[in-house]
Write a protein that binds this ligand. Structure first.
Ligand code: LMR
Length: 417
């Protein structure tokens, strides 16, 4: 009965991790998966997470019962405030509907499935007409997730390889000429894989077209805090869109900013037109999200929600978390500067774009889109044992004081051929 099942390709990101683990070369470096590492190259358990775990371990009142379908109430109530801001009009007016998800992947999945079922401009349409526009390029998993819930992902211009920066005019033209009420996936901050984010002025231009055309903003926010080291700053684009009353949803992940990769803790936040249960109201949306959750996983898992719920609701722990995020973001920025310095001043490595290697310091968040060609990326992996994706993305979090010189030398060799 399985004879016609074809062999699927390995996941491009996790296959790199497997290749790295199997490699016996002493100086191997993993710049593939976007997972933070400390300056010794080790996974980092945030001190505030360690503290939360100790508190949970000592609390004998905790049991192992099911959570409510929407998730741990303390977490669900606080997560929307983190992204929208406590004084957001959407929060104050009870228009935000949040549900705990299996990290950002689960949030994207539900966001897509919810639109597929209920987004009015799509009612009665076929899969081919339920188009979600995604940046070219985007996170390797976005298209697969949207395809799996009956949507058709289509690229919009975002990255300009000739400048290793934002293709703003093309992006804006595309927004203007897309059919009204189109759905666009936007990376809220720290764009994956390019590290290229619009400036605030550019976000304002983008938002103005969304408003004019009635487009829907599907925000994926997997790196809040990682772009600038500041949680509020990194939520600016989302908050601006809310202030402009643009219809939107936001997917959140606590994998990166809380270092909770394996706990799969995230949220989907929908903004309703008003509170209550009349058409378009928050209660109706919530009731349908609960159905979706029940069909997929019944109830979400407890552990990560307890940790993040505690951090978000305790002022002192929240302050500690912000400092921990600053530690991670700061180390990444320092590595950007060091790598840039080695390439430009020490090795004088020929640059892939017109602006030298400036993109290494200008790009934002966990990733640098290096501008290396696919053969150069292949050389990095095969000759240098430096694992990176074939599109030229490197995770800056994998670079540290102990390997930055080696990585720079591998760049130099790969570029010079
Ligand atoms: C990445 O882009 O490397 C991370 O978001 C991990 C993943 O799930 O792909």
């Amino acid at each position: 009965v399985w004879a016609s099942t074809p062999q699927a390709p390995a996941d491009p990101i996790f296959a790199l991790t497997a290749g790295y683990q199997a490699d016996s070369f002493e100086n191997k470096v993993n710049l593939g998966v976007g997972a933070y590492r400390d300056n010794e190259g080790k996974p980092f358990v945030l001190p505030v997470v360690r503290k939360a775990k100790q508190i949970l371990a000592a609390d004998e009142s905790l049991d192992h019962e099911y959570l409510p379908i929407a998730g741990l109430p303390a977490f669900v109530k606080a997560t929307g405030k983190l992204i929208f801001g406590a004084d957001s009009p959407a929060i104050k007016e009870d228009r935000v509907v949040s549900i705990q998800t299996i990290s950002g992947t689960g949030a994207n999945h539900y966001g897509g499935a919810f639109l597929e079922r209920f987004y009015e401009p799509w009612l009665g349409k076929s899969k081919a007409d339920k188009v979600i526009y995604v940046s070219n390029p985007t996170w390797a998993n976005h298209k697969a997730i949207f395809n799996s819930v009956g949507l058709t992902p289509v690229d919009y211009p975002y990255y300009d390889p000739s400048t290793i920066g934002l293709a703003l005019p093309k992006f804006l033209d595309f927004l203007r000429s897309a059919p009204q009420q189109s759905v666009f996936l936007l990376h809220a901050c720290a764009h994956n894989p390019t590290g290229v984010d619009p400036t605030r002025d550019q976000w304002e231009e983008i938002a103005a077209i969304f408003k004019e055309r009635g487009h829907f903003a599907f925000f994926d926010c997997a790196y809040q805090g990682f772009a600038s080291g500041d949680l509020d700053n990194d939520a600016w684009a989302v908050r601006h869109f809310v202030s402009q009353q643009i219809p939107l949803l936001v997917c959140q992940s606590y994998a990166k900013n809380a270092g909770l990769y394996g706990e799969r803790i995230g949220a989907l936040n929908l903004v309703a037109t008003h509170a209550g249960s009349s058409p378009g109201g928050a209660e109706r949306l919530r009731s349908q999200l609960l159905i979706l959750q029940r069909q997929e996983i019944s109830n979400p898992p407890t552990f990560g929600a307890r940790i993040v719920g505690m951090i978000l609701n305790d002022e002192a722990m929240f302050g500690e978390w912000k400092r921990d995020i600053g530690t991670m973001a700061g180390r990444i920025i320092a590595m950007r500067e060091r790598l840039h310095d080695l390439l430009v001043n020490e090795l004088k490595t020929p640059a892939p774009g017109p602006n030298g290697w400036d993109h290494v310091v200008k790009q934002i968040g966990m990733f640098t889109f290096t501008g290396l060609t696919p053969p150069q990326c292949k050389a990095m992996v095969e000759r240098g044992h430096v694992y990176m994706t074939g599109n030229g993305r490197i995770s800056m979090a994998g670079i540290n004081d102990g390997n930055v010189e080696y990585v720079a030398q591998c760049f130099d060799k790969a570029v010079r051929g």
